[in-house]
Structures are given as structure tokens and as C-alpha cells.
Design a protein around this ligand. Structure first.
Ligand code: DGL
Length: 267
């Protein structure tokens, strides 16, 4: 049992889709979130740069009382592979939990993956899926515009620009006949309604954020680190850019107003 917070980070606000699920499944846990909004996007940068940013993000969270860390970012998780940036507390990225969930979900053995250019180029989800089931057929597609569209609030299910981009990006995945699609970037659950509509009812969408949040709960249970508090947990947010921009857009990710204090912080 441990009352320290769960540390969560992302390049921006995408990781809030994991925070939303963490709040639902572990309502008594405190969460400390870091969004590197001044340096987003990570997904179009080099592996070396993303790894350096990751180390800095983890070091920032470790200045606070955290008992585990979640890299709630598909791009960061993809650059880490099976390496953990911490060795004295539980850690998870989003790739392996999502790959497991997708392998459990697919019936026809065809899985689609969408993510940032860095994520897709790394082959991370594909490798993770094939380490679980080498027979699964994978079709991956980078969707570079999605992060920007979501981060700046083009999230309405009827938004014409987002729909057009989604139709273009998803065409090869639809043609591949997948029955399961991993939303491999934590920004994407925000536009899941558009993605789901284009893919059709027969395709199950797997949110990497949700899969990672569920896995984080399991890790805390296994390590006997769940809080014993019975009070509602507290969320505290740190961003490297403007607090007001974060406040304005975070509601799209949390599906609610920001439920905690927000600070601007240089790392
Ligand atoms: N949420 C990040 C991810 O899951 C966004 C990546 C970016 O910053 O480009 O990949």
C-alpha cells in the first residue's frame, strides 16, 4: 500500500486520455501529469531527440512523490522498446498493453495500427504483436496530422478537416480487412468517433491509453502499491507551455473540465 501519486507523461495532452481512464478505474489514486506542450510533437523527431526528451520528462516526474510512471505516449513507448527508463519502481508504456489487447480481440488475425511517423517507422507495435502471435497480419499507417488536429481542438465528429484526413489515412487499413485497429497514439481516442465511423461497426478500436491504464492498475496491484485512501484522488498537471492553452483544450481529452491544479513548469 502506498499513497504516492501515479506519474504520467506525454508530449502534450494526449496522455490525458490515459488519465481519464485511470481516474475511472482507480478513483482514489493521486495523479501527477506532465505534458511537454512546449516541445510537441515528438512523433516527427529523431529517435535520439525523443529519447533525450523522455529522460528529461521522467526526471521531472521523479522530482515529485511518484510510485510508478506511465509513458502515456505511443511515440515515447516505441522508442523505448522493452527498456524501462526507471528501475526502482513499476513502469509501463502503451505499446505492449495495446498489443496484448489487440491480439485478444482479433478474430480474423488482421490488425491495423495507426500512430505517429516515428511510431510507425519503429515497427514497435508490429514487433510487440508478433512476439505474442507471429501469425497476426499487421497493416500500419502513420497519421502525422492527427496530433495537431486534436491538440488544437479539431475534434468535433463532424469536423470536415479531421474527417478528410481520417478518410485518407484509413483507406489502406480498411482495404486490408482488419477487424481490430490499435489507436497507437494517445491523442487518437479523442477522435475515435470519426475513426470508428470510417472503419465501420465490425472493427474494434483499441485505445492504447486505456490498455496502458488497465495494465498500470495490474502492476500496482501486483506490487502492492495501491493506495488505501478512500478519498477522491487529486490530479495535478504540469505543462511546459501555456496553462491557459492547456485548460482550454484539455476538456476534449478528459471529456470534462480540468479536475485539478495546473502549473507551468520548465524542465
Ligand atoms: N501522444 C503522443 C503519442 O502517443 C503524440 C506524439 C507526438 O507528440 O507527436 O504518440
Amino acid at each position: 500500500m502506498n499513497r504516492d501519486a501515479i506519474g504520467v507523461f506525454d508530449s502534450g495532452m494526449g496522455g490525458l486520455t490515459a488519465v481519464k481512464v485511470l481516474n475511472q478505474i482507480m478513483p482514489h489514486e493521486n495523479i501527477i501529469y506532465f505534458g511537454d506542450t512546449a516541445r510537441i510533437p515528438y512523433g516527427t523527431r529523431s529517435r535520439q531527440t525523443i529519447q533525450r526528451y523522455t529522460q528529461e520528462d521522467v526526471a521531472f516526474l521523479r522530482k515529485h512523490p511518484v510510485k510508478m510512471i506511465i509513458a502515456a505516449c505511443g511515440t515515447v513507448s516505441s522508442m523505448l522498446g522493452t527498456d524501462s527508463p526507471v528501475n526502482d519502481m513499476p513502469f509501463t508504456g502503451v505499446v505492449y498493453p495495446a498489443a496484448h489487447t489487440a491480439c485478444e480481440s482479433t478474430k480474423n488475425g488482421r490488425v491495423g495500427i495507426i500512430g505517429t511517423p516515428a511510431t510507425v517507422a519503429s515497427g514497435s507495435y508490429e514487433n510487440a504483436i508478433h512476439s505474442i502471435d507471429p501469425n497476426v497480419d499487421v497493416t500500419a499507417m502513420a497519421c502525422p496530422l492527427f496530433v495537431h488536429l486534436v491538440e488544437y481542438g479539431y475534434t468535433d465528429p463532424d469536423d470536415k478537416i479531421t474527417r478528410l484526413a481520417a478518410e485518407e489515412y484509413l483507406e489502406p487499413i480498411r482495404d486490408a480487412g482488419v477487424d481490430t485497429l490499435i489507436l497507437g497514439c494517445t491523442h487518437y481516442p479523442v477522435i475515435a468517433p470519426v475513426i470508428g465511423e470510417i472503419m465501420g461497426e465490425g472493427v474494434k478500436l483499441i485505445s492504447a491509453s486505456e490498455a496502458a491504464a488497465n495494465y498500470a492498475k495490474r502492476l500496482l496491484e501486483e506490487n502492492d502499491l495501491l493506495t488505501d485512501s478512500t478519498e477522491k484522488g487529486r490530479n495535478t498537471y504540469y505543462v511546459s507551455d501555456s496553462v491557459s492553452m492547456f485548460r482550454a483544450n484539455a476538456k476534449h481529452f478528459l471529456a470534462d473540465a480540468v479536475n485539478g491544479q495546473v502549473f507551468s513548469s520548465r524542465i
